[in-house]
Design a protein around this ligand. Structure first.
Ligand code: ADP
Ligand code: GN1
Ligand code: MG
Length: 366
């Protein structure tokens, strides 16, 4: 992304009077996020146009989805004001601002009285987060999927991600391959597993739904008093996808006993209690809409998203750290190693994950 930007130019496109405060905010890996204080608080983002080149289409998706969620929430008598992101237009009424250097900016209302979390504080938090992501999927179950522009084609197509890694390995542009051969072997030994969900889809047993596709814990806002998960944010990747991947990406990030970039791999493992809490909340949030096959594949979704994310981090490491923001040397490699350690632990605990899902299914029937 263009390194040069003039934030004052962007501010003056959205605010008549110069805001009193504007500083970097949050821990996202993709966009540049700022907290702005003007008449009230706002979130301003410099969107990552390398990753999302079709800014108009991206913002159309977000406007469509947020409008739909607000409407459905009102029908269900929920709190519409904090139910979803609220896009603030530019002074000339546009959903985003493109500056003369090609940077694209958008502003959201700051969702007051909320916090986002970088790690799970309690089982209840994680249960609430699951219910919110499940509910999100349910609210969008009647959204016209054909109206959604595919902002990143094949975003969670794991075989495609596998091939991208193989191409990066072949090129080895930065001469980093020699130090990652155990990781490359780890992925290659799981090539056939990568096809599991695509195979189920092509057989017609796994439905395509409107999904969030980036269900990390810090993409949920919790009410700071009640702890309730009230707003699903980071809607850039809302596209047709598999429910089990939305489930899986949350498990990858939130049910890991260590951070996503932990370097002491002995700390990395799957917390089965958190897995169970999330599964319970997600199934409830989806409102009984998940099919038998989807329920059965939830543990596979967890393994798939963790393996895929590890492959994406490793690919980015080999390609010179051009996609994910990094904050130290070898950051993407550390992240990839932590993901693979988590996959290995999930494989050891696969039967236990399956049994938890079976138990929840039986409880749900009684
Ligand atoms: P990225 O795509 O880079 O992850 P996000 O849209 O997730 O960017 O925003 C980064 C962080 O900013 C979030 O994790 C959250 O802490 C905060 N944030 C984003 N939108 C809002 C909002 N409307 N209200 C309050 N905090 C927000
Ligand atoms: C990115 O934007 P953020 O930080 O919520 C990425 C996800 C990865 C995640 C890994 C658009 O999510 O796909 O799972 O990093 N988002 C995009 O932490 O690529
Ligand atoms: Mg985010």
């Amino acid at each position: 992304m263009n390194k040069n930007f003039d934030i004052n130019k962007a501010l003056s496109a959205f605010f008549k009077d110069t805001p009193s405060y504007c500083q970097p905010y949050g821990n996202g890996h993709i966009n540049d996020t700022f907290l702005v204080v003007a008449d009230k608080r706002y979130i301003m983002q410099r969107m990552n146009t390398d990753i999302f080149p079709c800014t108009e289409k991206l913002m159309e998706n977000i406007l469509g989805v947020t409008e739909h969620i607000r409407k459905k929430t009102a029908e269900l008598h929920g709190d519409v004001s904090r139910s979803t992101l609220a896009v603030c237009p530019t002074l000339s009424g546009l959903p985003f601002f493109r500056d003369s250097d090609g940077n694209c900016w958008r502003v959201y209302e700051f969702t007051e009285g909320t916090v986002s979390l970088e790690a799970v504080r309690s089982k209840e938090d994680f249960y609430n987060c699951a219910e919110a992501f499940g509910r999100f999927q349910q609210l969008l179950s009647d959204y016209p999927a054909e109206e959604l522009y595919s902002v990143i084609p094949n975003f969670h197509n794991t075989p495609v991600r596998y091939n991208n890694l193989i191409n990066a390995i072949k090129k080895d542009t930065y001469g980093r391959l020699a130090e990652v051969s155990p990781e490359v072997d780890f992925v290659k030994a799981r090539e056939s597993f990568c096809h599991t969900l695509e195979h189920a889809f092509s057989e017609g047993t796994l439905p395509l739904r409107v999904t969030h596709n980036d269900t990390k814990l810090n993409n949920i806002l919790f009410d700071e008093k009640s702890g309730e998960a009230i707003c699903v944010i980071d809607l850039d990747t809302v596209m047709p996808g598999y429910s089990v991947n939305d489930f899986g990406d949350s498990i990858r990030f939130g049910a890991n006993t260590a951070a996503e970039d932990e370097t002491d791999l002995s700390k990395v493992s799957l917390d089965l209690d958190l897995f169970e809490a999330y599964a319970k909340g997600f199934i409830k949030g989806c409102g009984g809409k998940l099919t038998e096959k989807e329920l059965e594949l939830l543990p596979v979704g967890a393994m798939m998203m963790t393996l895929e994310c590890g492959m994406r981090f490793l690919t980015d490491y080999l390609e010179g750290d051009v996609y994910f923001k990094t904050h130290r040397q070898c950051h993407n490699l550390d992240r990839a190693r932590a993901q693979f350690a988590l996959v290995a632990d999930m494989e050891r605990k696969k039967t236990q994950m399956d049994n938890i899902i079976l138990k929840l299914k039986t409880e749900g029937r009684n």
